[in-house]
Design a protein around this ligand. Structure first.
Ligand SMILES: Cc1ncc(COP(=O)(O)O)c(C=O)c1O
Length: 371
C-alpha cells in the first residue's frame, strides 16, 4: 500500500523542503504508546524530530519522560515543559557547565544523565554540588554495542556505588541502550535482544543484592523496543526515537512493525536531458549522507529509482518512469535515515490530509539555543 504522501498545493514549498506528514506521525505516536503499554513506560528520544511541536504532542498524550543527547535538545525539552529530561550522553568539559546553567534556568525540572567513568562522575558531582543542585545519575552499561558504557562487572558496581556517596548526585538507575540489535530477521533479533537482556537482568539483580537502589531502567532503540516492551518489567522505560517519524531504513529492516515513514523531502526535477534519468534538487546537503551512496532515499512514486550519483545539491536517478516527469515536477523522497535528515533543515512543512497546515522549526538542530 502506498502511504499517503500526496500534497495538494506544492507551490508553497521551496525545494528541497522537509515535510512532516502529521497524520502518519500521530499514528506512530499512538503505536509507540500501544506497544509500550502506556505513556509512562516511554522515554522517547527527541533526536529524530528535534521539535517543540512534536514534544508537545507527546506531552498531550501523557508522555512525561524524554530522552536527548545534546544540551540544545535538553533545552528544547525544558522550553516546552516536559516533566523529566534525561540526557543520555556523558557530559565532559564545558558541557558540564552548560548543564548547571540549564539547571539554574529551569529549577523545577527533573534532570538525569549518565556516566560510565569515575572521573566524569566526580567532575559532575563537583559542578552540580557547587551549583547547589541535585542530579539523578544513571549508570551507562555497554550492552555489547561497543560505543559507550562500562562493562558489566565489579567496576560497574563500584562506579554506581559512588553515586550514593558523592555530593549533589543521586543514584538514578541503569541505562541499557542496545542500538546494535537491528537484525532484519525477527527471530535473530529477538534472540539477540533476549540474550542481552538476560545479561542485564543478572547484573541488575547483583546491584540490588549489593543494597543499591535501581529506581529506573531506561532501555531500547527501535529494533528492541517491542521485544523489551513485551517483558512488562516494572520501572523500565523504553526509549525509541526513530519510531516518531520513522524512515526507509527502519521500514525495510522491521517489516513486522506498523510504524509509517512520516518524514519526507519535497524535491523537484531540475534537469532531465538524459533519457531514463532525472536530476533532482535533493543533494547530500538536504538528506542524511551516512547511508552509503546509492541508498540514501526512497521515492514512493518512483519505486524502481536507482540513485546514480549524489552531490551537494543534486541527485541523479534512473527510472523507467523518468519520461513522465517534466522540469519543475515534484517528488517526495523518504530519507533512509530520518535523524540526520531533520538536522540539516531549518524547519519542516507540516502536511495533514494532503494540505500544508503548519511549519515547525527544527529547534534543536542548532548546537546551542541560549545555554
Ligand atoms: C542512547 C540512545 N537511546 C535511544 C536511541 C533511539 O534509538 P532508535 O533511533 O533506534 O529508535 C538512540 C539512537 O541513536 C540512542 O543513541
Amino acid at each position: 500500500m502506498k502511504p499517503p504522501y500526496e500534497i495538494e498545493d506544492m507551490s508553497q514549498i521551496y525545494s528541497p523542503g522537509l515535510v512532516i506528514f502529521r497524520d502518519l506521525l500521530v499514528h506512530n505516536l499512538h503505536e509507540m504508546i500501544r506497544i509500550a503499554g502506556g505513556p509512562d513506560r516511554l522515554c522517547p528520544h527527541c533526536k529524530t524530530h528535534k521539535t517543540r511541536e512534536i514534544t508537545k504532542m507527546q506531552i498531550e498524550l501523557g508522555i512525561k519522560s524524554h530522552k536527548c543527547a545534546t544540551i540544545a535538545e535538553a533545552e528544547m525539552l525544558c522550553d516546552v515543559g516536559v516533566e523529566d529530561v534525561f540526557i543520555a550522553y556523558q557530559l565532559v568539559g564545558p558541557n558540564v557547565r552548560r548543564l548547571i546553567q540549564l539547571m539554574d534556568k529551569f529549577p523545577q525540572m527533573k534532570f538525569a544523565t549518565i556516566v560510565d567513568n569515575p572521573d566524569a562522575l566526580e567532575a559532575l558531582s563537583a559542578a552540580v554540588n557547587a551549583g547547589g543542585h541535585e542530579l539523578d545519575v544513571l549508570l551507562d552499561l555497554d550492552t555489547g554495542m561497543g560505543r559507550t558504557g562500562i562493562q558489566i562487572g565489579p567496576d560497574a558496581i563500584e562506579l554506581y556505588e559512588m553515586t550514593l556517596s558523592l555530593p549533589g548526585i543521586r543514584p538514578g538507575g541503569l541505562h541499557w541502550y542496545d542500538g546494535h540489535n537491528r537484525q532484519a530477521d525477527y527471530d535473530d533479533r529477538k534472540h539477540a535482544v533476549d540474550e542481552c537482556w538476560f545479561r542485564f537482568t543478572g547484573f541488575r539483580d547483583q546491584v540490588l543484592l549489593n543494597g543499591l537502589p535501581v529506581p529506573r531502567v531506561v532501555t531500547a532503540g527501535t529494533g528492541s523496543f517491542p521485544i523489551l516492551a513485551d517483558k512488562g518489567e516494572p520501572n523500565v522505560q523504553l526509549s525509541p526515537g526513530t519510531t516518531t517519524l520513522y524512515d526507509a531504513q527502519m521500514a525495510e529492516l522491521f517489516p513486522e512493525m506498523d510504524f509509517k515513514p512520516a518524514l519526507g523531502i519535497l524535491t523537484r526535477v531540475i534537469s532531465n536531458n538524459r533519457e531514463g534519468q532525472l536530476t533532482l534538487d535533493v543533494g547530500h546537503k538536504s538528506c542524511a549522507a551516512d547511508p552509503p551512496a546509492g541508498k540514501r532515499l526512497w521515492f514512493p512514486d518512483l519505486p524502481d529509482a536507482v540513485e546514480l550519483q549524489q552531490t551537494e545539491e543534486h541527485i541523479v536517478v534512473q527510472s523507467e518512469l523518468a519520461s513522465s516527469y517534466q522540469l519543475g515536477d515534484c517528488l517526495i523522497a523518504i530519507p533512509t535515515h530520518a535523524c540526520p535528515t531533520s538536522a540539516v533543515h531549518q524547519f519542516a512543512h507540516v502536511v495533514s490530509a494532503g494540505r500544508v497546515v503548519d511549519r515547525w522549526q527544527i529547534a534543536s538542530r542548532d548546537r546551542m539555543l541560549t545555554v
